[in-house]
Design a protein around this ligand. Sequence first.
Ligand code: PGA
Length: 253
Amino acid sequence: MRKQIAAANWKMNLTLQQGEQLLNDIIATPHELKENQQVVFAVPFPYLAMAQQKVAGKKNVFIAAQNCYNKKSGAYTGETSVEMLQSLGISYVVLGHSERREYFNESNQFLAEKVNICLDYKMTPIFCCGEALNVREANEQNAFVAKQLEESLFHLDADAIQKVVIAYEPIWAIGTGKTATSEQAQEMHAHIRAAFAAKYGAAIADNITILYGGSVKGANAKELFGQPDVDGGLVGGASLIAQEFVAIISALK
Ligand code: PGA
């Protein structure tokens, strides 16, 4: 049975004290996580150690970095290596979020290198993909997302690809309050799974976790996560409110 994940993406929000409080509030609420269900918090770099300590020993709860660099170590002032993250006990890294693609010019090729280094260090990439509004309006979203997957992931072998988590985040739904309908999400998730099936076979495609992101909240999570190919969510705004994120966790199927 493939993994289901409720992942929080704090982005560049909260002070250390606010982050600590938020984690305390969420962790204090008991969750009935099934064996294949996980909760992941992608927190800003300066809070990774604090967050890792808070979840240490908590079953199926993990901390993610929001980014990493594509080099092992060296003279790259201001960057963070996967080896550093690993030494903190971090196990997930969000890669290729649309904000990084847009504001930091991260290309599919550059992301392929980041995917590789994460896998070299046994870290799980949460690889983000998704189209902008003009692409959707031109009805070219399927080809656009397929290209992102091909250029960043399809060099991986069958074993490695199953270690990657996908997050489909239509850019027009991020932070806009405009969620994709559950039909739109399911349609794209099925398309992504079909692309993996065509490349790696149906059994492997069936093992790959595909999250939906873009204005997920407590009120719509159940409907979205109820779709057959939606295995949870990557949540921005609503993950900053304990009550909302707790409702999202309990919406995992
Ligand atoms: P949002 O962000 O939930 O605030 O739309 C999602 C994301 O960017 O990961």
